[in-house]
Design a protein around this ligand. Structure first.
Ligand code: SF4
Length: 392
């Protein structure tokens, strides 16, 4: 006689089968917890097509909606007063305008704000509003967790859960904008926070593992009828997925590219970033040499400096040679220490020495001192803590 599997195993196999049999559209429904179309998931062209096909609405309705969604940050169709009530009712019956739910905001002494957002399916992601001397920058997540497994990263410890939908990426931007507007309107004196001019995809996840949704999100952020972020002000960072770098370069996104390099030898880079075994340094640099850069742009090279591991004089000599001839800006990032890691940042004087040496070698180089140290602003730290708390 066949034995029935224990109930938990049976449930597991059922959910596995359900997952395998879900199409892309069904998967989206599970993530957003609704069978309705999320309007934040559509570029302008897609919205024109969707409204025409499913509601028989003229293209100008998409333009009206984009203004309500992104200029006035409205989430309730009944507030769209220049749209006829019958149309609003139809829209409400078939569409939603999502927002991630803000669970926590941590505020650092330097003004950096770290948000923990919960998505409709219960998963959590982080966004960080970073205070820099001359501007504010928003760092958004592109995945729940990450599959890349970099040894210096907290998000890697979560493993990979899922890709974010374009709406969930754009939703982070809108939710932070709403928080800033609320603070400016209600706090006396106003909070020391300003709207952000730049957006970087450097939060949780490997953006180029979620290429389609990231490109769609960049196009939505870039739409001049909506949020109107110039592609020059948007930067997408990757651990070095060579085929995806080529696709991203050939795409309509037009955003800046940043590469998380972090080593000058394959031996060290493979320890820090296992993806290097698949796409070693020479292949990665080769892809950067062929990258179709727009005039006046540079590829950002991120170099997380870890004391005694990738900050030797030999590394300093190799780095300019590796990158010679590619328009780059090298961003030196002293490692953001965490009590659970054995890695440590180099002393500030050593970081400054590296920067000066790179400048002397004719390379464009900056230092990104960690922001929000008192609130664990490195990606993944807050979401992991929240998950651990839920598990207790
Ligand atoms: S550093 Fe980025 S790519 Fe590497 S594991 Fe963390 S989130 Fe993923």
């Amino acid at each position: 006689m066949m034995r029935r599997p224990p109930p938990n195993r049976q449930n597991r196999s059922r959910s596995k089968i359900a997952k395998l049999s879900l199409g892309q559209a069904d998967q989206k429904e599970v993530y957003r917890g609704s069978s309705k179309q999320d309007l934040l998931d559509l570029t302008r062209e897609e919205m024109v097509g969707h409204l025409g096909a499913s509601l028989d609405l003229a293209p100008f309705r998409a333009r009206q909606l984009i203004a309500w969604l992104y200029r006035r940050c409205v989430t309730d169709f009944s507030q769209m007063t220049d749209i006829a009530k019958t149309v609003r009712d139809e829209l409400a019956a078939r569409c939603i305008i999502s927002r991630p739910q803000c669970r926590t905001v941590l505020i650092a002494q330097d003004g950096t704000r770290k948000y923990l957002f919960q998505l409709a399916d219960g998963n959590c992601i982080e966004s960080v509003l970073i205070h820099q001397p001359s501007r504010w920058t928003l760092c958004v997540s592109s995945q729940v967790g990450c599959a890349i497994g970099c040894s210096f990263c907290r998000t890697a410890k979560m493993g990979f859960k899922r890709n974010l939908l374009a709406a969930e990426i754009v939703g982070q931007v809108l939710a932070v904008k709403e928080d800033i507007a609320r603070l400016s309107a209600h706090e006396t004196p106003p909070a020391a926070v300003e709207d952000f001019s730049n957006i970087v995809f450097m939060g949780m996840g490997e953006p180029l593992h979620n290429l389609d949704n990231v490109i769609r999100a960049v196009c939505i952020l870039n739409d001049n009828l909506g949020l109107n972020y110039s592609a020059r002000k948007i930067t997408v960072s990757t651990s070095g997925l060579v085929p995806a770098i080529k696709k991203f370069g050939a795409s309509r996104a037009g955003a800046n590219l940043a590469i998380s390099l972090n080593a000058t030898t394959d031996a060290v880079r493979s320890v820090l970033m296992p993806i290097n075994k698949k796409y070693p340094i020479a292949e990665l640099i080769g892809a950067l040499r062929e990258y179709p850069l727009k005039r006046g742009r540079r590829i950002t090279i991120e170099y997380v400096m870890i004391s005694g591991l990738n900050d030797t004089l030999a590394d300093l000599a190799r780095l300019p040679k590796l990158l010679r001839g590619i328009p780059v800006k090298i961003n030196l990032i002293p490692y953001n220490a965490s009590p659970e890691e054995s890695y440590a940042p180099p002393p500030p004087a050593h970081v400054a020495f590296w920067q000066q040496s790179l400048l002397d070698a004719g390379m464009n180089s900056t230092i990104r001192w960690s922001k929000g140290l008192d609130i664990n602003a490195a990606c993944g730290q807050l979401a992991t803590a929240f998950k651990d708390k839920q598990a207790v």
